[in-house]
Design a binder for this molecule. Structure first.
Ligand code: SF4
Ligand code: SF4
Length: 242
């Protein structure tokens, strides 16, 4: 599967150089995980996933109260574009080092009525690479950015050094997103890797709410943002950035 060039470089050196490169391009957080054997993983020949996170502008997140603002929609779109560009840099770098690499586009949170999940959950790569856990609102939560972060994934056969998977929730007794959600999509149950999302969060209710409250033609994405802004981890990030 390897293709020459610097393919003999030590995994930890390759990984650190890659992550420095990605952070230099604006990535907030990076990690790697082995996803071979994970249900739904689309590239069994590329068993390693590079998870890349990009933070939402705290000034924009701070203004979200009862629903999405136009600024949030624009920021959401901008961050997806940034992630696409960074994932292209990642793919180019890994290919230049002699490996195969394929980028998976940053996903819309809810794609269509009858297909309420992304084809590949970037959140799986993120939790397995140690970037964060899944909150009660089904978003990735990180200690530094809360859930004000969007994700993309690059799949590769490069022997990257992988992170320590996060295997339990750090939400604890917090129920702020449960109480804040206008349609009570989060059940209040804590995420565990063995749980299917439907066992703790109602995607249907969330989607319907986002669809009904969409007030802008700036994007086709259905986004809400209330649970992102309400999370105490996010609030610490946006307040600390003032
Ligand atoms: S995005 Fe909005 S509707 Fe969906 S879970 Fe979060 S607060 Fe509830
Ligand atoms: S608001 Fe609380 S329960 Fe919800 S994701 Fe954040 S920490 Fe977890």
């Amino acid at each position: 599967m390897r293709m020459g060039n610097n393919a003999g470089e030590l995994p930890n050196l390759l990984t650190s150089r890659l992550f420095v490169l990605l952070k230099g391009k604006g990535a907030a957080t990076t990690g790697a995980a082995v996803l071979d054997g994970v249900a739904g993983y689309p590239f069994p020949d590329l068993p390693v996933a590079v998870s890349i996170g990009y933070q939402l502008n705290p000034v924009v997140v701070r203004e979200i109260r009862c629903g999405p603002t136009d600024e949030y929609i624009l920021e959401y779109t901008r961050v997806n574009q940034e992630l696409s560009q960074i994932s292209e840099v990642c793919v180019r770098y890994l290919r230049d080092q002699g490996y195969h690499a394929v980028a998976i586009d940053p996903t819309l949170p809810l794609v269509e009525r009858n297909h309420l999940h992304a084809e590949f959950p970037h959140k799986t790569a993120a939790t397995r690479s140690g970037i964060g856990w899944i909150g009660k609102c089904a978003l990735l939560v990180t200690r530094t950015y809360g859930s004000a972060i969007r994700l993309t994934t690059v799949c590769t056969n490069a022997p990257l050094t992988t992170g320590k998977p996060v295997v339990h929730s750090y939400c604890g007794d917090c129920a702020i997103c449960v109480d804040s959600c206008p349609v009570k999509a989060p059940s209040g149950k804590n995420w565990e890797p063995v749980l299917h999302r439907d066992q703790f969060w109602d995607a249907d209710a969330c989607f319907l709410h986002c669809e009904e409250t969409q007030t802008t033609s700036l994007t086709s994405a259905q986004v809400c943002g209330v649970c992102i802004a309400a999370c105490p981890y996010t609030r610490r990030y946006v307040q600390g950035s003032s």
